[in-house]
Write a protein that binds this ligand. Structure first.
Ligand SMILES: Nc1ncnc2c1ncn2[C@@H]1O[C@H](COP(=O)(O)OP(=O)(O)OP(=O)(O)O)[C@@H](O)[C@H]1O
Ligand SMILES: [Mg+2]
Length: 286
């Protein structure tokens, strides 16, 4: 029906309906815009809050690091200069100071690494390296953590594992984070296995699996978030280990992911790129 066919009243009624519709749409648009502005303001405040927190954290981290180094040096010097008699009465206290200082230094390094990652300033020194020996070294270094809980820590790698491009120290850090988590969440007498195998032409895949508690599926999406951890913070770490491991693997052009079965255990996988040119066999086995 065209406007010509409508009576004047019908036409007025229809125009009125259309006008109301338009003004409702206008109102909705205005509300939407107001919501958008409010959200933008909240986002800005959140970002500024986060930046202020990160700035404060980096200043505190830096200054505390200096104080802790002084404490570490002083207690080390004291431990070396006290007499045998003095050691009997104060040795345990000195050891406790040494251990606490070391733990605080580790925490500060972790906070520093996380801060650098967020700021996009975290750098790695990547070069061709022999993954087989890196994994063996990591297992030897980490074994004492597992022995305390009578956990078997084993390594399975094929002899022909190709060289990878990586920052050896940083991949050690990833393995230490994964194995320490595994030890923490595996009951006494359990098993932790490190495996590595070529996965396609350009990639090596490393797996760290445990026979521990497993991780509920609703927690999986949060695992690699900064500061995320299960349970009260007072009962454990900072919730940074996996965040940092993820950052290190990503900067290596690799991937880190997890598969878990509650009550049966967890496996973390990560990939590293195969080195384009493999060093000569003689170097590879040295
Ligand atoms: N192998 C695992 N088995 C079960 N839960 C795990 C395992 N690895 C990590 N998780 C869970 O993921 C959370 C985050 O781990 P992440 O290493 O990031 O932090 P954290 O170990 O709590 O502290 P941090 O490593 O900073 O000392 C842990 O608190 C734990 O709940
Ligand atoms: Mg951890």
């Amino acid at each position: 029906m065209s406007h010509d066919d409508l009576s004047r009243e019908e036409l007025v009624a229809r125009l009125e309906t259309e006008r109301r519709g338009t003004s409702e749409t206008d109102n909705l648009l205005r509300e939407l815009r107001a919501c958008q502005l409010k959200l933008e303001a909240q986002n800005r405040a959140l970002r500024e809050g986060q930046e202020a927190r990160d700035d404060a954290l980096s200043i505190v981290t830096h200054d505390l690091g200096n104080f802790l180094s002084s404490i570490a040096m002083a207690s080390d010097l004291l431990a070396r200069t006290i007499t045998a008699g003095e050691r009997q009465s104060g040795g345990e206290l000195l050891d406790a100071i040494g251990r606490a200082t070391h733990r605080m230094q580790t925490l500060l390094t972790t906070l520093g690494d996380a801060g650098l990652m967020v700021a996009g300033c975290f750098h790695v020194d990547r070069r061709p390296d022999q993954l087989q020996s890196l994994l063996a070294e990591a297992v030897a270094t980490l074994r004492p953590c597992s022995v305390v809980k009578r956990i078997r820590l084993s390594l399975r790698v094929p002899d022909d594992l190709p060289w990878v491009v990586c920052d050896r120290e940083r991949i050690h850090q990833v393995l230490a984070n994964l194995v320490r988590n595994a030890v923490q969440h595996t009951p006494e007498g359990g098993t932790i296995t490190l495996e590595a195998a070529r996965a396609g032409q350009d990639t090596v895949r490393v797996a760290v699996s445990d026979t521990g508690s497993g991780i509920p599926s609703e927690d999986l999406p949060h695992l690699f978030d900064r500061y995320w951890r299960k349970g009260p913070r007072a009962q454990g770490g900072a919730g940074l280990g996996l965040f940092i491991a993820h950052g290190i693997i990503t900067i290596h052009d690799g991937q880190l992911w997890v598969e878990s079965d509650v009550g049966r255990g967890t496996t973390f996988f990560f990939t590293l790129p195969v080195a384009e040119r493999q060093p000569p066999a003689a170097t590879a086995t040295s």
